[in-house]
Design a protein around this ligand. Structure first.
Ligand SMILES: Nc1ncnc2c1ncn2[C@@H]1O[C@H](COP(=O)(O)OP(=O)(O)O)[C@@H](O)[C@H]1O
Ligand SMILES: [Mg+2]
Length: 383
């Protein structure tokens, strides 16, 4: 298996699961808008998508492609895609066996393109980019679907790993949009890479993209996850300390996992919590240091920015025409010290209740988690 996310233990996200089980369906009529599921790295996008797919895959054809690393060239991408698709095959039994045949044919066709490296004998060579290979694959699949009566949903996790060198956001989205207009495929892209997502949002007409943002888990679900992990990792800790920890780090599943896993290895819950906090503090300080020492933003402006962010998010419309603030924010987002998010599902300043994610337009900037919010507050006090 190439997955790194286990869905055996999956907590909460009830409304998001409900929403996505409907959303991840082949469109009843051709739609041009391409779906994006975004949120900070570790918030639980992959887990949520995989859980959704495991619920719907009995009656909907889904193709899940986790692009967990970047690809050197087209051949590298081709080999990885072929093996990924071969693994997917085992899922298509019974009613879905027609799709299995299609996939098998596509894979065979692709494998034939990986010939011995002699000039003229192969279709793809090292000059072919991963994206071209990937797009050929989807076109091939679409052609076969058109010949059958089948519809499918393709979910691509971390598509930016296919992008090398210069790439055009508009042609990228246009490509997926055109595929969807044949009415057989629905494409949903999952990404933690805000530089990638922002570039798309800035250059692509908004009617061509639809963004689903995932925010922090609710307090109740975070506590439940923590208690499950206490048992799973055999960690000795009382309820009060668990609540204190969640209040500090927030509803951020990857960090909750990290805390319990480390505590199980080293046996000291409080110390591991401190370690997580110290690391975040160091990350923020070194990023601020970079910004100030490179003259991107001055000390006074940094203070103002952090002061504001430590109490409320900043709306993107309010920083238009402020280049130094914009550049500082872009840098901090690229370092995962800030995120783009949506007011209704953020969960960082105010705990999310039942609904922790949904369609919106990424209109604001905020710390990626409560941990970073708490660290910002401490820094502001000290400055
Ligand atoms: N709802 C959940 N219940 C239990 N574990 C979760 C949940 N969401 C995420 N996790 C776990 O948290 C970690 C990070 O989640 P992941 O889905 O990889 O985040 P992302 O894809 O947003 O970077 C993974 O180990 C995952 O299994
Ligand atoms: Mg992921």
């Amino acid at each position: 298996m190439w997955y790194t996310v286990s869905i055996e233990l999956f907590v909460g996200r009830k409304y998001e699961l409900e929403f996505l089980t409907k959303y991840l369906k082949p469109a009843p009529a051709p739609t041009r808008s391409v779906g994006f599921i975004v949120g900070p790295s570790g918030i639980g996008k992959t887990a949520l998508v995989r859980k959704t797919l495991s619920i719907i895959e009995d009656n909907i054809i889904t193709l899940y492609l986790p692009l967990v690393r970047s690809y050197r060239d087209g051949l590298d991408a081709l080999k990885h895609l072929a093996s990924m698709l071969s693994e997917e095959l085992s899922r298509y039994k019974g009613l879905l066996s027609k799709f299995r045949e299609i996939l098998l044919r596509v894979i065979k066709g692709f494998e034939a393109k990986i010939g011995p490296i002699t000039i003229g004998s192969i279709v793809y060579d090292r000059e072919t980019t991963p994206l071209v290979v990937f797009q050929d694959l989807l076109e091939e699949l679409n052609n076969d679907l058109l010949k059958s009566d089948l519809h499918a949903v393709v979910v691509v996790d971390e598509l930016q790993n296919m992008l090398t060198g210069e790439w055009s956001p508009w042609s990228l989205v246009k490509f997926f949009s055109m595929l969807q207009e044949y009415g057989r495929l629905r494409v949903v892209l999952v990404s933690s890479d805000y530089v990638f997502v922002k570039k798309i949002m800035d250059r692509v007409p908004s009617s061509y993209i639809q963004i689903f943002y995932l925010g922090e888990m609710s307090w109740e679900d975070s506590i439940e996850l923590s208690l499950e992990l206490t048992r799973l990792y055999d960690v000795v800790v009382d309820r009060e300390s668990v609540e204190e920890a969640i209040e500090l780090i927030g509803g951020y599943p990857s960090m909750i996992y990290d805390l319990f896993y480390q505590a199980s290895l080293y046996g000291d819950f409080k110390r591991e919590l401190e370690r997580i906090r110290d690391k975040a503090l160091m990350d923020v300080y070194s990023a601020l240091n970079y910004l100030v020492s490179n003259g991107i933003i001055d000390y006074r402006e940094v203070y103002k920015l952090l002061n504001e962010l430590s109490t409320n998010p900043i709306y993107i419309k309010d920083i238009i025409g402020k280049p130094s603030i914009t550049r500082a924010i872009e840098y901090l987002v690229s370092k995962n010290i800030l995120q783009y998010g949506c007011r209704d599902f953020l969960g960082v300043y105010k705990w999310n209740k039942d609904v922790t994610g949904g369609l919106c337009s990424l209109e604001l900037v905020a710390p990626p988690s409560r941990l970073y919010l708490n660290v910002l507050k401490d820094i502001v006090k000290e400055l």
